[in-house]
Design a protein around this ligand. Sequence first.
Ligand SMILES: [Zn+2]
Length: 252
Amino acid sequence: MVLLYAVLGLAFSSFLNVCIDRLPERASIVSPPSHCPACGRRLAPFDLIPLLSYLFLRGRCRHCGAPIPRRVLLVEAMTGLLFVLLWYRAGSPPYGLSLRLLLATLYTCFFIVIFFIDLEHQLVLNRVIYPAIIVALLAIPLTPNHDAAELLGGGAIGFGLLFLIAFIYPAGMGMGDVKLATFIGLVVGFPSVFAALLISFVAGGLVGGGLLLTGLKGRKDPIPFAPFLVAGGVVAMLYGQQIIDWYVRCLL
Ligand SMILES: [Zn+2]
């Protein structure tokens, strides 16, 4: 069953790649069907098989030989892997199809699209984040294990903290990050929202510092922050309760 879910993830990853390609250009994600961006030829069903087709074609279009972006492969691998983790962490009980799993899966798809669009365009698109927030709000009464106060409180904390940072330090944080933190808070709730934000800031600091030290990025180069927020959000969604339990045990 978990393999089946992973395959479902792989199948879905093609659609996520289309979203990442087309949403920043305001293009339709439904039509036209997938095509090579270089020669415009339509992809055959075989070319759409995730992972395998990329490896078989050695990362090139079969017609014109233009390289397929490595991100395509990365999205496919990441989606498959996350679907496996979701099955074990969000399926209940102990694993299996459940409303919680479906919601977590839906949120993960939003997270993946936001992650890669921000990485490539330094933008958190309203076209993506507003629907994500609306879905999270509508799902509040349906969310097991959390009451509405925890989830709304998480959203308020995510919004409040990042809004404050963006207000004090507008060069480092944009309103897109504030909206994303609101979404994460609504998804993971209180108190996991603190774990999500802490992980984002630590990861952002480490990676950002590393990029500066190695000279891969200059002091003035923008380093998108949404990918780190997404990483923190996904970890908190999957392991938030464990992190909070561990933290409480350390305090006692
Ligand atoms: Zn081509």
